[in-house]
Design a protein around this ligand. Structure first.
Ligand code: HEM
Length: 207
């Protein structure tokens, strides 16, 4: 579960780097060409299969762990435990459901349209490209989409901040030296990812 989680953590950085091209470049073809490369390159296609496999593994393991927890203690404690666990850790399954709902909705917004039709195309130098740039801009001119995506990014942040630390703990990096470093990195990573993704709808909407 932690390895699948770390793979998803890496995917988010790559996905963010690519998506930032929409707001950092005046030429929409820069983003469209980068997205085209990502969706046609053979090596990336292998990673895409690993990505969806990773998602599936991560979800299946999470469900098994949650079921084991519930079965181990079907009755809840009367007193809440004042343990050292972060508040985010107690809400992992809840934030996971919200993030998963967002991802399914997001795949319908972009990914499935590019795979099964519905995405606008553009012809440049005799080659067809999906015009993802205009799809993204059209979506984020609508306030309801901006609000929905921003809310999803906040819950993604809650999920990531604990997930990041937990993944390294599971891999055994849990001692007096490493733990504070990993905690600091998880905060930096989460702020960077949530801030970076949030900048995209905000910049487009207010531009
Ligand atoms: C402003 C933020 C975002 C924008 C503009 C955006 C845009 C896109 C676009 C255009 C695609 C289609 C690419 C293709 O089919 O080749 C896509 C795919 C995808 N997005 Fe996002 N995305 C954003 C945030 C996120 C977040 C936060 C997640 C995960 C929590 C995510 C997960 C995915 C996944 C799993 C795919 C399918 C795999 C892939 O094509 O790489 N996206 N996104």
């Amino acid at each position: 579960m932690s390895l699948a989680g770390l793979f998803l953590i890496t995917f988010l950085l790559v996905h963010l780097g690519l998506n930032l091209l929409v707001i950092t470049n005046n030429d929409p073809m820069v983003f469209n060409k980068a997205a085209h490369f990502m969706s046609t390159n053979k090596l990336i296609k292998v990673f895409e299969i690993i990505l969806f496999g990773g998602f599936l593994l991560h979800i299946i393991y999470a469900l098994i762990l949650q079921a084991q927890n519930w079965l181990a203690r079907p009755k809840r404690y009367h007193k809440t435990n004042k343990s050292e666990t972060s508040p985010f850790s107690k809400w992992m399954i809840h934030t996971a459901v919200i993030v998963l709902t967002f991802i399914v909705m997001h795949l319908f917004d972009f990914y499935f349209k590019s795979k099964f039709g519905g995405a606008p195309e553009i012809l440049v130098g005799g080659e067809h490209y999906h015009d993802f740039a205009s799809m993204v801009v059209t979506k984020f001119r609508l306030p309801e989409f901006v609000i929905l995506y921003l809310a999803a990014f906040i819950f993604l942040g809650f999920h990531l901040i604990h997930g990041f630390q937990s993944a390294f703990k599971t891999l055994g990096l849990n001692n007096k030296t490493y733990t504070p470093v990993i905690q600091a990195l998880s905060i930096i990573y989460t702020i960077f990812v949530v801030g970076g993704f949030s900048a995209i709808p905000l910049v487009i909407y207010f531009q």
